[in-house]
Write a protein that binds this ligand. Sequence first.
Ligand code: 8YV
Length: 328
Amino acid sequence: MAPKKPLVFVTRKLPDAIETRMMELFDARLNIDDRPLTKSELIEAVKTADVLVPTVTDRIDAAILSHAAPSLRLIANFGAGVDHIDLASARERGITVTNTPDVLTEDTADMTMALILAIPRRLAEGERLVRAGRWQGWSPSFLLGHRIWGKRLGIIGMGRIGQAVARRAKGFGLSVHYHNRKRLYPELEQELDATYWESLDQMLARMDVISIHCPHTPATYHLLSARRLKLMQPHSYLVNTARGEVVDEAALTRMLQKREIAGAGLDVFEHEPAINPKLLEMENVVLLPHLGSATIEGRVDMGEKVLINIKTHIDGHNPPDRVLANLL
Ligand code: 8YV
């Protein structure tokens, strides 16, 4: 008799090719309708699964994990960020957590660059105006934005995505500055032509554009607090494609209303999918529905990573993208 296949519970709809392979390899429970799961459905899932495959929309907290059956040995997250998973609880229960780094780096950097360009050049404003039938023709003073070339970009968090943004930014004539927990190796700093700021406060006060690329952890929650946001210059812009929780969204909204900073490009929000209604009324912001890594190619690559992490774990090896192991 063939050995029993492990029960893999996938919380959201994944690309067809990935789901097909999941079905071939495992006793896969899929969510064909893609309806976000309720708390009680997640509890049921951890009670029965050997492997859980959640996404950013699932809150895998200590309360949920307290219901986990001893058979749950792996949480193979579909996504790079793991701030929706209580890593300490998982560790206490001996549950391995993996994620999908690398494969969404370039897509997220592209979307970041799109926002860095869109805000100063008033792209969304112009598009809205054309659609509303309010364009009355070209004029020399019409909808003037600000030049990108020659400005200063301050990157907060110089990991894979921050570096990919730095490479693109250089091509657009931006000078690259960064703040990171650790300074980069001199060779890499030189290759990226990036200036290190040990003090985030000092960097914030001197940049034209700030772009956030650090993960959301207890240490980075509201890293851009009301006090820090106030250090930014009135002509500067904020771009966030990382996590909404890194910015005090209420304080940012107040500053945008008062034009204490010039604009913001936001792909992530503190209480997704809810967005501060005041932001919706503003012209000087571009608001995206968490699209950073949303390419078909990226989703397939993420799915492949999840498959590899599960398969290696089940075969008794260390999966390549272990999160706890990397943090320890
Ligand atoms: C993903 C992301 O789409 O991977 C991440 O951390 O923020 C997104 O780009 C999402 O997390 C999928 O779970």
